[in-house]
Ligand binder design. Structure first.
Ligand SMILES: [Zn+2]
Length: 490
């Protein structure tokens, strides 16, 4: 029995009709083809032509629609939430899947994409989900505002998360040659004195724009009044998980180039599991970047050696002059942020935290304290008596927590967006006081979207693989490595 036996038996088991409620599709590649299949059909595309034609092999195409504007705006998403495969869409599917298969030792042999409704709390799943290939879980917001942004008003358009770093670079007057993303130079130009990138982890694009229009997010509305938003936002790389896409947002390349394949993956070169997106490992995440990858901070330093960069609450910080996780590393705290609970500000008296959700959800409470510390750092970096950074990146955590806890469009996710908006307001107020608003460019985005799971849709495809005699390990989940693979001792 060799690896190809494991692959064919795994594909047969996972595309069985009994798993149709939890398995949306599977994908794998060989030297010539990227293959996709599910219970209803199969298709393939040449690995050398990610934008070329798909070849239908049987039944119905598992990626029949790749419309990047699927489920936009909010009313359309609410009319058909968490749609089944035949009514769903998978933007830029070939490019994103090929990138996920593009690392020599960390890419899986087989990818399982679960249905939007699949609820899997025993593997870390939540009521609000992301990670999949579909439009809703992949769609981050994209708002551009202020100095250097010449577009005004909403635009029915879509960008990609890999476009974020080159766009921030363009605003800062530098370039990032060789990246996979494209600077959005039809919307922005260089010349801002200060450039600020804001990442609200897990923020749902439709809801963010709708709440801003309705007055519930006055500070996002303030940005929109002086800029533009793409209604289709920015499509994440695959998988649409946190650290893969923070890295893509700040390097302009997909996981096949930057090497952060998933929040957790197996690396055949070292024979063990690598966990990058964890409170105890965030401060060392950049150790996993592949050679030849450049961060936004490094690109600015290379071309504007006198410019000062800052990176707040963000693991992908290599090259930044000021960094939250740089302080963690400098302090020599072995357990990283996991050992820093006592250093976070208390919840009591925080005017930007919704007390109801902080008391109901311990994750919301912890994320609020992390974000309060982030705001403290931002206000120090821009304090009246200091020279503010030329380029700053500021990551917000509670938005992801709120979307996981309640799902998108829930009272918890909306409380988290309001809290993030209030912290943004404190920052904008300081800039206004210092007369810096007119000289500052803002880009507000996220790392992925959020889609509601169905608590009644349960199951584990691992049982089907084991019943079929497949030797495998499943990381992430959905990254399936075939063969007898056990962790070597560290
Ligand atoms: Zn995230």
């Amino acid at each position: 029995m060799d690896g190809s036996d494991d692959l064919s038996r795994a594909v047969a088991a996972l595309t069985a009709p009994e798993l149709v409620t939890i398995v949306d599709l599977v994908a794998w590649r060989d030297a010539q083809w990227l293959h996709v299949a599910n219970a209803a059909g199969s298709a393939r595309i040449a690995t050398t032509a990610a934008d070329g034609p798909w070849e239908l092999r049987s039944g119905r195409h598992p990626l029949g629609s790749q419309d990047p504007m699927h489920g936009v705006p909010l009313a359309r998403a609410l009319a058909d939430p968490s749609p089944p495969n035949e009514r769903n869409a998978y933007p830029f599917a070939a490019r994103r899947l090929l990138s996920a298969f593009g690392d020599a030792t960390r890419s899986p042999d087989l990818i399982v994409i679960h249905t939007p409704g699949h609820y899997w709390p025993e593997r870390g799943g939540h009521l609000g989900e992301h990670g999949s290939l579909d439009a809703a879980q992949s769609r981050a917001p994209l708002v551009l505002s202020g100095a250097g942004v010449h577009a005004r008003g909403p635009r029915d358009a879509v960008a990609r998360v890999v476009d974020i770093a080159p766009t921030l670079a363009a605003l800062a007057g530098v370039t990032m040659p060789g990246v996979e993303g494209t600077p959005l130079t039809d919307l922005v130009t260089s010349g801002a004195r200060h450039v600020v990138g804001l990442l609200w982890d897990g923020a749902n694009c439709n809801d963010l724009l709708d709440l801003a229009r309705s007055g519930a997010l006055p500070n996002v509305a303030r940005l929109l009044a002086n800029g533009t938003a793409l209604s289709g936002g920015a499509i994440a790389e695959f998988p649409s998980v946190t650290l893969t896409n923070h890295t893509s947002a700040l390097t302009g390349v997909g996981p096949g180039r930057h090497g952060i394949l998933h929040n957790v993956y197996f690396d055949r070169a070292i024979g063990r599991q690598v966990i990058v997106n964890d409170v105890r490992t965030w401060h060392t995440a950049c150790d996993q970047l592949r050679d030849g990858v450049e961060t936004l901070f490094e690109a600015v330093a290379r071309q504007r050696p006198h410019a000062v960069t800052a990176c707040v609450n963000e693991p992908v910080d290599r090259g930044a002059h000021y960094s939250t996780f740089g302080l963690v590393r400098a302090a020599g705290i072995v357990g990283g942020a996991g050992d820093m609970g006592d250093h976070l500000p208390p919840l009591e008296g925080d005017p930007h935290t919704t007390a109801e959700w902080a008391s109901k959800d311990p994750d919301y409470a912890w994320s609020s304290r992390v974000d309060a510390l982030g705001l403290t750092q931002v206000l120090q970096l821009w304090a009246p008596d200091v020279t503010p950074p030329d380029v700053m990146w500021w990551n917000t955590t509670v938005t992801d927590t709120g979307h996981h806890g309640g799902g998108p469009y829930s009272s918890e996710s909306r409380a988290a967006l309001r809290d993030a908006d209030a912290r943004l307001g404190a920052f904008l107020g300081l800039l206004a006081d210092r007369d810096l608003l007119a000289n500052t460019a803002f880009l507000l985005t996220a790392d992925h979207g959020s889609e509601a799971a169905d608590p009644g849709c349960r199951g584990d495809w691992g049982d089907a693989l084991r019943d079929a005699g497949v030797r495998f390990r499943d990381e992430g989940y959905g990254f399936v490595y075939l063969g007898a693979l056990t962790d070597t001792a560290m």
